[in-house]
Ligand binder design. Structure first.
Ligand code: 0A1
Ligand code: ZN
Length: 883
């Protein structure tokens, strides 16, 4: 255990900084093991601070201080300052305002395995400063409400570091003796230090440009390691698409003359929006048709857009403190979701986002780590880059968009940008801008920012044939979460549509209102409310929460027949899919109980008929069609159970898959054959959709014990020229008994051993397999020469996939999966605390399992808690999981 329990930071304790930093001039002499940093800071006391005599306290970690100079004069004597493990306090700050403080220190990037601050990735030097990494570079007021202009000079060896990058524009460069050179960068926009970046290394550059709506020419550059120059075209195109979209939809234009993206293979997260110099995990940049799948292509475009959109929502307007993280992340995720929806299929994108929210965020919201999108306390801020902050945060912004409508939402965002450009602000400022721009009050809506937990909406209905009215009774209830026993009713937009039995749209006319529309948005504001629809000649089917208009759980009794009707007739693409999922979900839930009680399994014919009808219809959007044919995931099904039984879930779901494959074999085969063509390199919706539907069929068909069909997969694997098809074929061969499984896995490795991102897929695929030998395989893969605990992508591929995407084997009743994971977390605790703490998530939900597994899981959490020199990151997640 650590010496003292780590400190908690509280939102209620926020005070403005005692000092402001106006200008930062940084000078780096780069070296793998000893980089020299000189920071020349222009500071003044903050007139808004209450303590005008406070000493200057700068944050700093793992720094070797060389000297401190005030106002370009004498070096400070040891008595003038106090150095602690994580701070530097300077007393007797000059009266003269502003004053200049110069600090010289050294750092060792080579031993920085936490990948925060300045570190090495394949010989390249790069930085990651969000949230509090800048303090690992130099002493600073490392908080987002301290905003300064930065000038950065980089000095380095010409051969090792031919490319020297930092934020802003390159303003000078030159040569030095001993094969060295230097470059100076200037960023004219004020920014908090978390947006600082530098990169130095042997990089190749792909260049293009973009002309903004006002006619400015922006140079776009993507920097990668030399072997990857042939995998940047899609990222470049994505960037241009994002720039165009942000101008069209938000009126946001790029501000600097240069936009740079660097791809690095060692990165804790997806990517980082540093001003003018984004640093990306290679996974979200590199793509070639033979190395990246269609979904990789889509994610790359989404992440490129996300980081680009941060230029306005995050950089020009930033967060006052880290409790406001969702201000930039929720809004930016909402923006990237809408962008991807516009670029691909709105229906499919919404379904995918909701699926992820419901499996991951709902689980977080129901567990010991539940927190509001604006948390009130944290021990380690890195632990708060959560699905709640990001995805639920985006849902909250989406609800504002739904309540106000696109036009009024845009008025609100315009006002937000105009009011707060160049400032560090709060979630409250965002809501205020939405209110002021539209003359509305959002008092109750604000509870979404402070209240954690997923509300449960219970809906019942009553049709009165005499009065021709339909009454919807909706009540809301939110279960308690840690620290919040009592919940207040929220303002919830509930989008509703009505459908007559013949499939035609029934008008939505609320009692007392003259308006009649095809759908309405009900404002649920009370604990329980009735909504009366009038003028209904017969009882309509009700489509509630269309488009998933709020991040809630819906409880509504519906027969299989009604669900089948909605699956055929709902005009809302989300709810149509949802009806199918409910239908199949109800069937699987029944089968799970049958498995648990050793009853014979039988699939209700209504399910088979519903699938047969879906298969019989012509579909334009083949990706959407594929989703209609897909079964809910094991993780989603687990969420619906009071006590999760991974074996019963797996058995029931596999039974349904097999039965559907048997019953619909002909239709699935025809669909496969009709869509199986070589369109490698084509990424239009048609080609993507054909690959998706075909591979969905292959997945069903390979559940059948039919050598001819198994051979289809083998043939597809052998002849595929694109990664989507190759991977889909290999996946079914690894997840089902298959004669060529071993051989194809070996061939795949052989073929792709020099492509790290493809080898990640190879690891993840095997780790997530339901095959009986998976645990032994995972253990063997840990010793594989290509496995490396120093590379986060590899850790996520093997340890992450096993613990988070393989419920069946991770939750093996003997606890071997839990012990394995705890071993890895303990090993990672010292190497990379951020990644270590993220890996704990598979153990956090221990309360959801049976008593035997609960005991085994908590024993491993206790073991993690007793790790020597436990990091703040791991301590916070493990201790809160047990609390
Ligand atoms: N702001 C980035 C995410 C990010 C957060 C933290 C990081 O290191 C600890 C890195 C990236 C984004 O939202 O894309
Ligand atoms: Zn972000």
């Amino acid at each position: 255990m650590r010496d003292a329990s780590p400190q908690t930071t509280y939102l209620k304790d926020y005070t403005v900084p005692d000092y402001l930093i106006h200008k930062v001039a940084l000078h780096f002499v780069l070296d793998e093991e000893r980089t020299e940093v000189t920071a020349r800071l222009t500071l003044s006391r903050n007139p808004a601070s209450l303590s005008m005599s406070a000493a200057l306290v700068l944050a700093g970690e793992n720094l070797t201080l060389q000297r401190i100079i005030l106002n370009d004069g004498e070096e400070l004597a040891a008595a003038d300052y106090v150095q602690a493990a994580d701070s530097l306090t300077i007393y007797n700050v000059p009266q003269q305002q502003p004053f200049v403080l110069t600090i010289e220190n050294t750092i060792n990037p080579k031993i920085n395995t936490a990948l925060e601050g300045l570190y090495l990735s394949n010989g390249m030097l790069c930085t990651q400063c969000e949230a509090e990494g800048f303090r690992k570079i130099t002493y600073f007021l490392d908080r987002p409400d301290v905003m300064a202009t930065f000038t950065t000079t980089l000095v380095g060896d010409k051969s090792r570091y031919p490319v020297l990058l930092s934020n802003g524009n390159k303003i000078a460069h030159g040569e030095l003796e001993a094969n060295r050179h230097w470059v100076t960068w200037e960023d004219p926009f004020t920014k908090p230090c978390y947006l600082f970046a530098l990169v130095a290394g042997q990089l190749e550059c792909i260049e293009d440009h973009f002309t903004t709506q006002s006619g400015r020419d922006i140079s776009l550059q993507i920097f990668v390691e030399p072997q990857d120059v042939d995998k940047c075209a899609h990222a470049m195109q994505s960037l241009q698409n994002a720039m165009r979209w942000d101008e069209a939809v938000y009126g946001c234009e790029y501000d600097l003359d240069l936009y740079m993206i660097v791809a690095v293979s060692h990165f804790n997260m997806g990517a980082m929006e540093n001003k003018g110099l984004n640093v990306f995990n290679t996974k979200f940049v590199l793509a070639r048709p033979d190395t990246a799948t269609d979904s990789d292509y889509e994610h790359i475009e989404g992440v490129i857009a996300h980081e680009y959109f941060h230029n306005w929502t995050g950089n020009r307007i930033t967060c006052r403190d880290w409790f406001q993280l969702s201000l930039k992340e929720g809004f930016t995720v909402f923006r990237d979701q809408e962008f991807t929806g516009d670029r691909t299929s709105k229906a499919v994108k919404r379904i995918e986002d909701v699926t992820m929210l419901r499996t991951r965020q709902f689980a977080e919201d129901a567990g010991p780590l539940a927190h509001p999108i604006r948390p009130e306390a944290y021990i380690e801020i890195n632990n708060f880059y959560t699905v709640t902050i990001y995805e639920k945060g985006a849902e909250v912004v989406r609800m504002l968009h739904t309540l106000l409508g696109a036009e009024r939402f845009r008025k609100g965002s315009d006002l937000y940008f105009a009011r707060h450009d160049g400032q560090a602000v709060t979630c409250e400022d965002f809501v205020k801008a939405m209110e002021a721009a539209n003359g509305v009050g959002l008092v109750q809506f604000r509870r979404w920012y402070s209240q954690a937990g997923t509300p449960v909406l219970t809906v019942s209905r009553r049709y009165d044939s005499q009065a021709q009215t339909l009454t919807l009774s909706i009540s809301q209830e939110c279960p308690p979460t840690p620290g919040q026993a009592v919940k207040e009713p929220l303002h919830i937009p509930v989008k509703v549509g009505l459908i007559y039995p013949d499939g035609t749209i029934a008008p939505c006319q609320l009692q007392g209102s003259a308006d009649s529309a095809e759908e309405v948005i009900l404002a649920l504001t009370e604990a329980a409310q009735d909504f009366v629809f009038t003028g209904l000649s017969s009882e309509p089917a009700v489509s509630v929460l269309r488009g998933f208009s709020a991040p809630v759980k819906l409880v509504m009794e519906r027969s299989l027949t009604e669900l089948a009707f909605l699956l055929s007739h709902d005009s809302d693409t989300f709810n149509r899919w949802e009806a199918g999922q409910q239908l199949i979900g109800q069937a699987i839930t029944g089968l799970i109980a049958d498995v648990q009680n050793n009853r014979e399994l039988r699939l209700d014919p209504i399910i088979i008929e519903a699938f047969r009808q879906v298969l019989a219809q012509p579909w334009e959007d083949l990706s959407y069609f594929s989703l209609l044919l897909s079964l809910p995931s094991e993780t989603y099904l687990a969420e619906q159970m009071p006590v999760i039984d991974v074996v019963a879930i797996h058995t029931a779901r596999e039974f349904v898959k097999l039965t559907l494959a048997e019953q619909l074999q002909n239709a699935l085969q025809t669909l496969y054959l009709n869509n199986h063509r070589d369109e490698s390199g084509c990424f239009d919706a048609g080609a993507i959709g054909r690959r998706r539907i075909k591979n969905t069929c292959l997945n069903y068909l390979c559940a059948l014990d039919d050598p001819a069909l198994k051979n289809w997969a083998h043939q597809q694997f052998k002849t595929a020229k694109n990664m989507t098809d190759q991977m889909a074929a290999l996946t079914v061969m690894v997840n089902n008994p298959h004669y060529a499984r071993r051989q194809c896995l070996a061939e795949f490795y052989q073929q792709w051993q020099h492509e790290a991102l493809v080898i990640d897929k190879w690891f993840a695929l095997q780790a997530a397999s339901p095959a009986p030998d998976t645990f032994a395989t995972v253990q063997a893969l840990m010793a594989h020469p290509a496995f490396d605990l120093g590379t986060p992508n590899r850790i996520r591929a093997l340890i992450g996939a096993f613990s988070q995407a393989n419920p069946l084997h991770f939750h093996a009743a003997n606890g071997q999966g839990y012990q394995f994971l705890a071993d890895q977390i303990i090993a990672l605790n010292t190497l990379n605390p951020q990644v270590a703490s993220r890996m704990i998530s598979a153990l956090t939900s221990w309360r959801r399992y049976d008593a035997g597994r609960q005991a085994l899981m908590t024993a491993q959490l206790e073991r993690i808690m007793s790790t020597e020199a436990i990091s703040k990151d791991v301590y916070e997640i493990a201790s809160k999981s047990l609390a």
